[in-house]
Write a protein that binds this ligand. Sequence first.
Ligand code: FAD
Ligand code: SIN
Length: 528
Amino acid sequence: MSAASSDVLIVGSGAAGLTAALNLADRFRVTVLAKGALNEGSTAWAQGGIAAVLEPGDTFANHVEDTMVAGAGLNDRDVVEFVVGEAPQAIARLRALGVPFAEEGGALHLTREGGHSHRRIVHVADATGWAVQEALQRAAEAHPNITLLPDRCAIDLATSRHEQRYSGAGNVWGVYALDRASGMVELHTARATILATGGAGRTYLFSTAPRGATGDGIAMAWRAGCRISNMEMMQFHPTCLYNLEVKNFLITEAVRGEGGRLINPATGKRFMAYYDAERMELAPRDVVARAIDAEIKRYGLDYVHLDISHQPADFVREHFPNIHEKLLGLGIDMTVQPIPVVPAQHYTCGGIVVDRDGRTDLPGLYAAGECTESGLHGANRLASNSLLECFVYGEAAARHIAECWDTLPAVPAIRAWDESRVTDSDEEVVIKQNWTEIRRFMWNYVGIVRTTKRLQRAKRRIDLLTQEVEEHYGHFRVTADLIELRNLIQTADLIVRSALHRHESRGLHFTLDYPDMLPHVVDTVLVP
Ligand code: FAD
Ligand code: SIN
């Protein structure tokens, strides 16, 4: 087994990971691992933009209030104020890195999305994430102190349990990771490790998230002893394209922000007035997704329509060039006809518990971005607050590591990965079958509308699959698929256990058995 060491190890090369790396690299040797290509995370897929208070008519207090309302009060107000207050500087730093945000009349163009009381979303047309990823990656590739290692799939954290002479200190010293090209497991050690592994969207059959969103960081942190919070708060985006071939293409909320209307194809009428007469199509995501779900079930539909064809064709093409082109390729011209859409899993609001410095429960381990529960999003993330959280917490974790560097202990000798008792698997089919099975029952039993009975049904299946997967994991050489399957099932378990814990409906967690919201606000916190 090969071993490599750096000062700081970052698992994840999206917005959170690369922000942390760039903030550390002038002082420290930083290694960044990604399990596929560097740009394969959700960051590159982001469409709508980044929320920030940037015009005189808007205030931080408005942005804080909108975030708390969307989050159904489960947010930590101090954290919300902290992140919202940092947003303008985060945007300024991205501009300095060369992100070409859209402008109008010499100022940044601000678009609008659901739940925002003002126009405050900076964007690069409808492909903001791609531009952000490119700028961060370009800067990281140019920095001599940053080593970028794609195709390394982290398996587990290396902790005190893996020390050659057990110290009992409970530290994290890096990760064991599979080099996908060689098939060998490497040890990557560091004095500080940051998990920036993104979300767990692929726990669900239909998701807007990329293939790698399998909750790896959340599962690794849980196995190592970190608390995990609010995993029942899985966000469903209201408008994913309905298409039999292209299953996970998002139609940005900014389409509704720029006037797009939701229409029931059976009645030909707008329906949001029945669900939220005041905010209509721009109500927070949980409200709009539930409304679409209800219309689909009530009328036996496959999808509803999202229609922006009443806007001038040039306006539509200018604001949504990528979506327009993609849809044209599928035979839909959004300048003259409606787009068929359905809700799909989109964002993981819960995750690894972190404090304001991105610290987890374990010494030496930090986390940032979608894999965390920082207190920002509460029971439902406000649109375009996610990339913002990545920038603010990527930087916060880096700042804390730099400040307390001299107190971080040196890495002791860590045991090599033990492969002496495993063989190659001849049952790859089991992995594929289990992947599909989990995602299907999570969609059917742990989706937009839940019941205790359905959650319990899901839990029984998870328990069975956990047994099977652990047996497989114990006997066979690890592959990326097996690593992801193990994490997927672990994450599914955390989601279902959290959902069973919450005896109310709040934000994204809606259950027919407890339809009301309780007067008191409590986080769901699972302790290993
Ligand atoms: P990611 O960008 O997902 O990166 C995760 C990284 O971790 C990847 O490099 C991956 O390879 C690596 N990784 C994971 N597991 C392992 C492992 N085991 N070993 C090694 N590496 C690993 N948010 C907004 O604020 N505005 C938007 O407009 C917006 N639009 C979106 C559109 C879509 C289609 C989607 C899916 C999400 C959108 N979001 C948006 C959400 C936002 O994009 C994500 O929350 C955010 O990019 C997450 O960034 P991250 O750095 O935490 O993780
Ligand atoms: C979108 O563009 O609708 C996604 C924005 C987000 O997820 O914040």
